[in-house]
Design a protein around this ligand. Structure first.
Ligand SMILES: Cc1cc2nc3c(=O)[nH]c(=O)nc-3n(C[C@H](O)[C@H](O)[C@H](O)COP(=O)(O)OP(=O)(O)OC[C@H]3O[C@@H](n4cnc5c(N)ncnc54)[C@H](O)[C@@H]3O)c2cc1C
Length: 464
């Protein structure tokens, strides 16, 4: 896609229903991971069905090319959801953007069927996502980091948004669209005071960190902090990769907890569950979330738990233990230098402290969905907020703005509090993107200015 450099001034205002402005897009998507990729496909398929109502869209992605958690594409890691929860199938089973179509196009459909699994390798699913992203590449500008979003006003009403992005060489570009869809994903979470560096990593870039490790001297010990799926995968990966290294897994639990992926519990991820969850009161929402957090949080695939245990036991039998589970424990001190890290681990039941010298410490301590206020910048100051600080989100994923608006900002991802535990996952992206397209089209057909709640400060308006 070619970037256009659009000046913002009073004469460029348009966007009111019936107005005309060739530069004004219907939609700008911020971030181009699986969520906005699914949206790009939903927009494309809608345009094919109904060319008269085709939406003009652009997606801005800060990475130089498509990538889905590239740093964690470990060789034998598998998907945590069925391949049928791909970019499209639940919304449009006849779509040719499905995982099955991808398999067919690359000549592996029959082999995959014989494999008898619902859970492809993560590297294979990544290849599928790249294949789909390539087919809608004309809608995406890569290497563009969105740094601000400003409301565009006409007679005091927000009629569009001016989205400012910056490329690696510092070039600033402003594009305008009636609606914006934020899908910027998760940010890595680290314990307070922990700063990453050459020897202290978050697991998100484990592959590049391992590649960058000096081969000489050979690493002798790694410490991996955390008890979730990523932590167990990193322990597994380091243990397989470094034949001579000890891998210490440090976590507060007594043992890794298996992920509940049984069918009844799995229904918490169903598209229909979003309706029920959205309408429930906050107390019930919290109760359901707590009951079912073990479908996703701080849990590990049972097969991987069993495999790690089998290996640890085998090493005990052989008298050469490299896999060391430091359960019921926490890191109490850490000091990194150019050659490694001094770590102190406390065994919580007794308070006994064990000093360790490690070549690197990996924090696999999870991710948090970023608040959309950050990437929205100026427009973010207009978000209506709940008492707990979370933005107010409508069922159609529209963020409520405290200003009169017939333009809208939609949010994909950080809606766990309102739409449930599937929000940050892939489970619903096919259906959700269809719902967002339907909402945008419905608003075009019957525009309604949302009620003014407060007068806009002059500083937040791009044009007035
Ligand atoms: C290792 C790992 C494995 C996972 N496996 C599964 C799984 O098997 N099943 C499942 O359901 N979920 C899984 N998840 C959960 C994960 O959140 C979803 O898979 C998925 O990434 C959500 O897609 P997304 O597009 O919302 O966010 P992301 O994939 O995080 O994409 C967001 C994109 O926005 C871009 N971006 C961010 N800020 C800006 C900005 N300011 N300007 C421009 N671009 C920006 C980022 O570069 C990124 O490409 C996994 C997560 C991890 C970390």
């Amino acid at each position: 896609m070619t970037s256009s450099h659009i000046g913002i001034d009073a004469t460029s205002v348009a966007g009111r229903p019936g107005g005309h402005d060739d530069d004004l897009l219907d939609l700008i998507g911020i971030g181009f991971g699986p969520s906005n990729l699914a949206l790009a496909i939903a927009v494309t398929e809608q345009a094919e069905r109904d060319p008269g109502r085709a939406l003009r869209v652009a997606f801005l992605e800060r990475q130089p090319r498509f990538g889905w958690h590239r740093g964690m594409l470990l060789d034998d890691a598998t998907m945590q959801i069925s391949f049928l929860k791909d970019l499209v199938t639940q919304r449009n089973p006849a779509s040719d953007f499905s995982f099955v179509t991808y398999l067919h196009r690359c000549g592996r459909l029959t082999d995959f069927i014989n494999h008898k699994t619902l859970f492809p390798l993560r590297i294979e699913f990544h290849d599928y996502l790249e294949w789909a992203a390539h087919r809608v590449a004309h809608l995406v500008d890569y290497g563009q980091t969105v740094v601000d979003v400003r409301p565009v006003l006409d007679e005091g009403v927000i009629v569009a948004f001016a989205v400012t992005s910056q490329s690696a060489d510092g070039t600033v570009t402003v594009r305008r669209a009636r609606d914006v869809v934020v899908a910027t994903g998760l940010s890595p979470r680290l314990p307070a005071g922990v700063v990453t560096g050459p020897r202290v990593w978050h697991n998100l870039d484990i592959l590049s960190r391992v590649d960058a490790m000096p081969a000489d001297p050979t690493p002798r010990r790694f410490v991996v902090v955390g008890a979730g799926q990523s932590a167990a995968e990193v322990v597994d990966h380091l243990h397989r990769t470094y034949d001579d290294a000890e891998v210490c897994a440090v976590f507060a639990r007594w043992g890794y907890t298996p992920a509940d992926d049984t069918p009844y519990a799995n229904r918490i991820f169903d598209p229909d569950a979003v309706d029920v969850y959205f309408d429930a009161d906050d107390r019930v929402k919290q109760m359901l979330f707590d009951y079912h957090r073990n479908t996703n949080y701080s849990v590990v695939d049972a097969d991987l738990i069993n495999d790690l245990y089998r290996r640890e036991y085998q090493e005990r039998v052989q008298g050469r233990q490299r896999l060391r589970m430091m359960n019921a424990s926490r890191v109490t001190a850490m000091a990194a230098d150019h050659a490694g890290v001094d770590v102190e681990v406390e065994f919580l039941p007794t308070g006994e402290r064990t000093p360790l010298r490690a070549d690197a410490v990996v924090y696999a301590t999870g991710y948090t969905p970023g608040d959309p206020g950050g990437v929205l910048g100026t427009a973010g100051t207009l978000l209506a907020r709940r008492v707990d600080g979370a933005p107010v989100v409508e069922r159609d994923y529209r963020l409520v703005l405290e200003a009169p608006a017939d333009a809208a900002v939609y949010l994909q991802g950080a809606t766990e509090a309102t739409h449930g535990i599937a929000s940050t996952l892939l489970s619903n992206i096919a259906i959700r993107s269809g719902e967002i397209v339907d909402s945008i089209l419905a608003r075009r057909a019957a525009p309604a200015v949302t009620a003014p709640r407060r007068t806009l400060p002059a500083a937040v308006a791009s044009v007035s």
